[in-house]
Ligand binder design. Structure first.
Ligand SMILES: [Zn+2]
Length: 391
């Protein structure tokens, strides 16, 4: 730019900024940047906004945490049970026919959770059992664990839940030593028992890909990881996402009669890869829990995925009655409305969680507008089949 023109532009800019006499002062303008945590942009798009207060078909939510089991090396579960009446009220309002409480624990605690949720409401709440990780270092664990699965099955457990504890937290001496791998042979009798008893295995392995990367300015979940640095699996002795996924696939390949429900779409950021896995392993299914934020920002790819694997995708939310810091998971009416809107409508650019700032990453989602035939399968038919509820 010519020097004279440059001076003229500066002068014009200064004149435009000078407050005119008699006018109210201009609103405060940040001059030194805006901290990310204070940025709350409001969309100016004028697009349809649907409210789906009841799902098109009665839902089985395959993935909830109505209670939590005791953590590694700990003695007591982390918090009190929610109240069944409160949860049932949300279910009735939103057309949720049944919830599966995956984390009902093991041993004596499992029986208590069963008696609290399932026994008084057998058509509304089912319970899964979990491995006794705190005993994994003891001799004879493999057989013990398989027998405990049989015992839990007799007591009413409908499946097995394997948290990401296996692969990312459980160590040879429970909380110390090398990490135990997902395909560790100690669990083989457990996977086989699951097949024999027709108990599906709901298995969460790895985590969002960004959790394995440095928490730096390139990380798409910087805010989430900044708020929860302990969710990062970057560095130290953690395996890579690929190592974890490959170990799980070896388990799935080795136990072909066992049904593995890979939670959180197995790897929601990479649907082409998940498709390869699904094609290779007919005993692999997925749920969509806590991943509508990933599916909904790739709606065309996601829609094709739903069309292709419509018989192996299950509705789940990861709903937790407590947990203020994870708004995308809190069990309430809003949570279900967002899931229904995502699956049933073609609404554009809406929040995947009830929060002012998207809690997992700064993006919004697009509805899939699934046809009734696929909705019916995803909402309940696939779950009914997996849980053996139909003859
Ligand atoms: Zn979960």
């Amino acid at each position: 730019m010519h020097r004279r023109h440059w001076f003229q532009s500066i002068a014009a800019l200064a004149a435009a900024r000078a407050p005119l006499a008699g006018m109210s002062p201009a609103p405060e303008q940040p001059t030194e940047g805006l901290p990310l945590e204070k940025y709350e942009p409001r969309s100016m798009l004028h697009v349809p906004e649907s409210t789906i207060s009841r799902s098109r078909f009665p839902v089985i939510d395959i993935h909830t945490h109505l209670s939590f089991s005791t953590g590694l090396g700990e003695e007591k579960p982390p918090h009190e049970n929610a109240k069944p009446e409160e949860v049932l009220a949300v279910m009735d309002r939103r057309n949720i026919r049944m919830m599966v409480n995956l984390t009902a624990g093991y041993g004596e605690a499992f029986l208590q959770v069963r008696d609290y949720w399932h026994t008084p409401h057998p058509d509304r709440f089912l319970v899964f059992t979990e491995p006794w990780y705190n005993k994994a270092a003891e001799p004879g664990y493999a057989r013990f664990q398989a027998e405990e699965i049989e015992r839990a099955h007799r007591a009413g457990a409908r499946g097995i839940k394997v948290l990401k504890t296996l692969g990312l937290y459980l160590r040879e001496n429970i909380t110390a030593g090398p990490l135990v791998k997902v395909d560790d042979r100690r669990f083989d009798p457990m996977w086989e028992t699951a097949a024999a008893l027709k108990m599906p295995v709901a298995i969460h392995t790895s985590d969002p890909l960004a959790f394995f990367l440095p928490i730096d300015r390139f990380n798409e979940r910087w805010e989430e990881l900044h708020a929860h640095p302990d969710w990062s699996f970057h560095g130290r002795d953690f395996p890579s996402d690929a190592e974890l996924q490959e170990a799980r696939l070896r388990v799935i390949a080795r136990h072909r009669k066992t049904q593995f429900l890979c939670l959180h779409v197995a790897e929601a950021e990479n649907l082409p890869l998940v498709s390869e896995w699904m094609d290779r392993h007919p005993n692999m299914l997925v749920d969509i829990a806590a991943r509508i934020g990933e599916l909904g920002r790739q709606p065309r790819t996601a829609r094709k995925f739903f069309e292709r694997y419509q018989d192996r995708i299950l509705f789940g939310t990861d709903a937790v009655p407590h947990g203020e810091e994870t708004p995308q998971q809190i069990l309430n009416d809003r949570l279900y409305e967002i899931y229904f809107r995502f699956l049933e409508t073609e609404d554009e650019y809406f929040d995947y969680a009830p929060a002012l700032v998207p809690p997992q990453g700064r993006w919004r989602i697009y509805g899939l507008g699934l046809p009734e035939e696929i909705l019916r399968k995803v909402y309940y038919e696939n779950a009914e089949r997996l849980l053996g509820m139909k003859s």
